[in-house]
Design a protein around this ligand. Structure first.
Ligand code: ZN
Length: 67
């Protein structure tokens, strides 16, 4: 986990654990460079709200990326 860069590769915003987690879930489990929610939503063609809902969903499932 320490190897993951904590800034968005698209806009440079600093990333929360949730943002890093959802990027791994949606894009690449082994990612070491991640994107913030707004940039990831744009990339995937979904809304930011969709991504926050998914984060909550995974958290409820007990996913360790979102503890
Ligand atoms: Zn960004």
């Amino acid at each position: 986990m320490d190897a993951v860069k904590s800034r968005c590769t698209a806009c440079g915003a600093s990333l929360s654990n949730d943002e890093i987690g959802i990027y791994k879930k949606m894009v690449n489990r082994g990612a070491t460079e991640c994107m913030c929610i707004p940039c990831l939503a744009k990339k995937l063609g979904v809304t930011e709200g969709d991504l926050y809902e998914r984060i909550e969903h995974f958290r409820r499932m007990g996913c360790t990326l979102f503890l």
